[in-house]
Design a protein around this ligand. Sequence first.
Ligand SMILES: Nc1ncnc2c1ncn2[C@@H]1O[C@H](COP(=O)(O)OP(=O)(O)OP(=O)(O)O)[C@@H](O)[C@H]1O
Ligand SMILES: [Mg+2]
Length: 380
Amino acid sequence: MQRAEVALEGVGLAYGAFWAVRFVDLTVRPGEFFSILGPSGCGKTTILRLVSGFVEPSEGVIRIDGRDVRGVGPAHRPTALVFQNLAQNLALFPSMRVWENVAFGLEVRGVVKAQRRRLAEELLELVALPGFAEKRIDELSGGQCQRVAIARALAVEPKVLLLDEPLSVLDLELRQHMRAELKAIQRRTGVTFVYITHDQGEAFTMSDRVAVMSQGRIEQVGTPTEIYDAPATAFVASFVGESNPLPGRVEGSAGGFARITTALGPLRARDPRGLAPGSAAILIVRPERCRLDEAGEGNGPADRLARAEDAPVNRIEGRLVRIDFEGAFANLGRSQPGRAHLESPGGERRPPLPARGRGPCGRTLPGRSGTRTPRGPARP
Ligand SMILES: Nc1ncnc2c1ncn2[C@@H]1O[C@H](COP(=O)(O)OP(=O)(O)OP(=O)(O)O)[C@@H](O)[C@H]1O
Ligand SMILES: [Mg+2]
């Protein structure tokens, strides 16, 4: 199959005085699995509707394979769209057989029946549904329906497949299974995928690159690792993964690290940009970078870590006042600075736990957390 590049240049869409998206600059490379990640209402579906031609931008240009697609309707763009809502919008015909659903777009294009059937069976093979051709849609599971919808979208040989939260209505296990399936389908077809989700795990496991959106704007585009390890804005840091944000002021910066004055005292943090002394900053602490030590030991895990890696280690002292057990991890609440010890409801001591959650957690923070300046002034 063919694949295409999709480029948005300064794209905006206004509903009256309200801009659903604005200043969107984005290039999706040919054959890339590209995800757009962001909270509800941030403009993800709007971008897919713009690319597929269901709405025209109020400003800016959209190019597919370098061609300005302004004025080109959805049927004439090399795109296909798989919708968000399984129940309402997959638009499969429940009483029709699976292969007829897959081949629906081909009939409209005048492909003869024998060829339609053969193509449908090839596509069902591709989406791991061999032998399903004769079944009716209402005999299938949710995940199987999703795959039929994807096969049908692929039947018209799009260069770009646009998927709007196609897994959101499936249960967790099926979602995880379908992530692997979708990735495999994308690899097998080589078609450019633009995938919308508000689920970070989904975006990260499948995508070559991810764009993070907030309030109609693109905040950052990067590989999953770049987004997670070097969030460009405070929004990205807080939306992606767990984080403990600590506002402060830069005292000085040297050797890629900044010293920041925070309400919890001076802390060191990674500072690749070399922030100017005196500037406001937000220090982000990823909970999985925290280690808990009992107070006054001086030979706990964090101390050993400091010696082993020659890494700067931040220490925050406090009293643990709460442990919310969630299974694989626990959220820890910390009170005023003071001597740290663990208090669990039963009164027994617990071994150090990986910590996450709101508020600084634990006593020591390895200095591999990042500093991020607050978002710049809004663009005009
Ligand atoms: N036809 C419309 N008229 C007016 N406002 C609209 C219209 N369609 C969308 N919007 C608004 O544009 C913004 C972006 O909507 P969009 O559907 O793109 O969000 P989304 O990121 O896909 O959200 P979700 O994750 O909930 O699907 C929202 O504030 C929404 O209310
Ligand atoms: Mg949406």
